[in-house]
Write a protein that binds this ligand. Structure first.
Ligand code: MN
Length: 222
């Protein structure tokens, strides 16, 4: 898909997000990177990203992933992001595209369950059924993304479902509630916003209620 849409939407002299210009097309990792970024923008969502072909192919998952194989989570395919974005956690200024707080919620590597040949992942994306194994801190085991609707001809706008396969990592535990902290810094959204000049009250609305109160006490605004 390329990074043109990503770059067109952002002003890199204003947002701290990576431009992707230097890294485009370079392969820096032996294993394919996987990340989920919890993003309190105009609405809370989880950005699910898989390294492929020098970029991060990306889906926005409003409710976040579920470990329960009977639960299908809506996932909107969004524009590819640069590989460097996998390390991004911080505050996108209000008024900029995606303005709000970004947490690195999970990270690790992924393995396509189709054979790991280039053509096979491309074919799976084209066919609308991508099976893969996650080796993250929070999300592990076998998953599938299934496309259920296209919007016009733009491949960066289609609706998919993110589903856990039944394996030993399947669970009815609500992982978004039980694991609300950054995998990089162990902060909540409110902590990240406070530390980095963002809107802490808005960010806190994306944190679980009890954790949010505890965080609020530690910085004395309760
Ligand atoms: Mn986002």
């Amino acid at each position: 898909m390329g990074l043109q849409e990503y770059q067109r939407k952002r002003r890199f002299d204003v947002t701290p997000e990576p431009s992707g210009i230097a890294r485009m097309g370079q392969k820096r990792f032996q294993d394919l990177v996987y990340v989920v970024q919890k993003h309190r923008a105009s609405r809370l969502h989880y950005d699910f990203r898989l390294e492929w072909d020098g970029a991060l192919i990306s889906w926005a998952v409003p409710k976040g992933p579920s470990l329960d194989p009977s639960v299908k989570r809506f996932a909107m395919r969004v524009e590819d992001h640069p590989i460097d974005y996998a390390a991004f956690e911080g505050v996108i200024p209000e008024g900029e595209y995606g303005g709000g707080t970004v947490m690195l919620w999970d990270k690790g590597t992924w393995v396509p369950q189709q054979e790991d040949e280039h053509e096979n992942v491309e074919a799976a994306l084209g066919k609308g059924e991508l099976k893969f194994t996650l080796r993250g801190n929070k999300l592990k085991g076998s998953w599938v993304l299934v496309r259920n609707r296209r919007f016009g001809k733009n491949p960066s706008r289609s609706s998919w479902l993110l589903i856990k396969h039944r394996d030993r990592y399947a669970s009815t535990k609500d992982v978004t509630e039980s694991e609300p902290y950054s995998v990089a810094s162990h902060r909540l959204l409110a902590d990240i916003a406070r530390d980095e000049g963002g809107d802490a009250a808005k960010a806190a609305s994306g944190d679980p209620i009890q954790k949010k109160r505890r965080a609020a006490r530690t910085w004395g605004t309760n």
